[in-house]
Design a protein. Structure first.
Length: 243
């Protein structure tokens, strides 16, 4: 599924326009950094925004935070974007919300501001593995089987990001700040799990905020459209030596 939303007016998407890539271009070792950001954009400039990574093992330590996160996903992906995905008791979920997953939650005073799900590309649960690989195997219609220019990786050093979003409650004045916190925490979490790269489906439209954060993505798949949203698979490099 397409993975990220930023609300402005009707809607605009978080990730930038990605130039088409060929099969040969994706083997380059010059991947952009997921954690690079300008020095004047601190991740918590007002001291109130918190970034929490939750796993099945640790979810009991954070009260109802994971429930609130799933409720926020329902508001974004079902109520706003009209995705045809499961929901129960006001919470959105799918087959990838398993103990393999790590949920990065950005929150303030109990309110969810954004988040993302991370999944190892080595994950297996019944017939499913992770979103991009399952799409390539024909298990996730309407995502096309040729979603990637390469075979979907199965590598403990590559994690998948999905369901990335910023809620509509985040004001335009704070959006860059929240996005910066989210991207940094995603990189930290992936790095802590031993990942060197993060791969995922992102909306293939331009967004100025990534340029402000000095972030970019290497496209690793063709553009495609589902329910009016143009998307594309992209690859990020994780910088693990964070200070």
């Amino acid at each position: 599924m397409p993975g990220a939303i930023e609300h402005s007016g009707s809607k605009s998407w978080v990730f930038p326009e990605l130039e088409p890539a060929t099969r040969g271009s994706v083997v380059s070792t010059h991947f952009p950094s997921l954690t690079r950001r300008p020095p004047d954009l601190a991740p918590e400039t007002d001291g109130r925004i918190h970034a929490t990574t939750i796993s099945f093992r640790t979810m009991s330590q954070f009260g109802d935070l994971l429930v609130s996160f799933m409720e926020a996903r329902k508001r974004v992906f079902i109520d706003q974007l009209n995705w045809d995905v499961p929901a129960v008791d006001g919470m959105e979920f799918d087959q990838y919300d398993t103990p393999y997953a790590r949920w990065v939650v950005i929150h303030e005073f109990g309110q969810i501001l954004g988040g993302v799900r991370l999944m190892p590309t080595t994950a297996r649960c019944g017939i499913y593995s992770y979103m991009l690989r399952d799409a390539q195997l024909g298990l996730l219609d309407p995502i096309p089987r040729d979603v990637l220019f390469l075979d979907a990786p199965v590598d403990q050093k590559v994690w998948e990001a999905s369901r990335l979003f910023i809620t509509e409650e985040v004001t335009a004045a704070r959006r860059a700040q929240v996005q910066g916190v989210l991207m940094k925490q995603m990189a930290i979490t992936a790095g802590e799990q031993g990942a060197t790269h993060v791969i995922g489906i992102v909306p293939a439209v331009f967004s100025r905020w990534l340029r402000r954060l000095e972030l970019a993505a290497v496209p690793v798949g063709r553009r495609f459209e589902i329910d009016g949203t143009r998307s594309q698979a992209a690859l990020f490099k994780v910088v693990q030596n964070l200070h």
